[in-house]
Design a binder for this molecule. Structure first.
Ligand code: GDP
Length: 301
């Protein structure tokens, strides 16, 4: 239900436009396919993904002798789903049972990184897991305090140092402290500066080295937070972060605030990184595990 509510803007505009296009047993001619491509691109499905989809549909329609939109509809739903669902497991978090799980959260300022960390902490806590947060964004003014606010909302501990201190030192403290308290999950905030790629890479590498020294497999997840309302900017950020570090999953925030939910398909198809969670609001409970089938159903039913 929540998923459906959160997608209402996308449903109204993207699916609304799709339905209009599909009406009245329209003949699926070249003009139709051009308009379909336009609708997909407008919904942020991405130019190359949209073109790929339309090419496949055009070929398949020809092969199966499909002449009108009514007969084409199930094929469209099927193709969009296939884009999102590669394997069932890929949206699962890599959680450890025998050691502390370390989750590094990266992304530029303003995308909803702090909020997402708070929501994740809340979610794990509800699953009876012991959670510690690491205030690794020592650069942005107010970032530490903001994380503390979310920490207290979720009822979890925050390990911090003063502003301006070395993020790697904060991580060292945090991982030691989380281990000694017998925590299950450590969620690490990082600075959201998208300076040049080399600096970003160096900073993330340094932080990761500290974590790996304490726990050989850490970080177990590197989650990149992207703002769904920023469309192609989000794609650019994903490319830069993807080149700077091994991103294991994406959290797509503010999906409730955009009519262009097609971005999920562009991310999956063009970046080959699974979307693991979506943000559907500003509250503690507004983070949902991303279930591709639910997403497609949420759009088309
Ligand atoms: P940060 O700079 O990346 O840490 O971003 P914040 O966590 O401070 O979030 C920036 C703004 O986005 C805040 O006003 C949040 O309430 C809002 N926000 C974060 N996630 C979501 C979401 O999923 N939906 C909506 N509607 N707003 C969100």
């Amino acid at each position: 239900e929540k998923f459906k509510d959160g997608l209402s803007k996308t449903r109204d505009s993207f699916v609304g436009a799709m339905n209009e296009l599909m009406m009245d047993y329209r003949t699926v001619d070249e003009e139709f396919f051009e308009e379909l491509e336009e609708v997909l691109i407008t919904a942020d499905v991405g130019v190359s993904t949209s073109m790929e989809l339309v090419d496949e549909l055009r070929d398949e329609a020809l092969r199966r002798n499909i002449k009108n939109t009514q007969d084409l509809q199930p094929l469209i739903t099927e193709k969009l789903s296939a884009l999102l669902v590669k394997t069932e497991e890929e949206t699962e978090l890599n959680l450890q049972t025998d050691t502390l799980t370390v989750i590094l959260v990266v992304g530029v300022n303003g995308v909803g990184k702090t909020t997402t960390i708070g929501k994740l902490a809340h979610k794990f806590k509800q699953e009876n897991k012991k959670v510690v947060l690491a205030a690794g964004d020592t650069f942005r003014a107010g970032a530490i305090e903001q994380l503390e606010v979310w920490g207290s909302r979720a009822g979890v501990e925050v390990v911090k140092q003063q502003a301006g201190s070395d993020p790697a030192a904060v991580m060292y403290d945090a991982v030691r402290s989380a281990k000694s308290r017998g925590a299950d999950i450590l969620i690490c905030d990082t600075a959201g500066r998208l300076q040049n790629k080399v600096n970003l890479m160096k900073e993330l590498e340094k932080v990761k080295r500290v974590l790996t020294r304490e726990i050989p497999e850490a970080p177990h997840e590197v989650l990149l937070v992207l703002d769904a309302t920023t469309g192609q900017n989000a794609m650019t950020q994903a490319k830069i972060f993807g080149e700077a570090t091994d991103v294991s999953g994406i959290v797509l925030t503010k999906l409730d605030g955009t009519a262009k939910g097609g971005i999920v398909m562009a991310i999956r198809n063009e970046l080959n990184i699974p979307v693991k969670f979506v943000g559907l609001g500003e509250g503690l409970d507004d983070l949902q595990k991303f279930v591709p089938e639910q997403y497609v159903n949420g759009l088309f039913s």
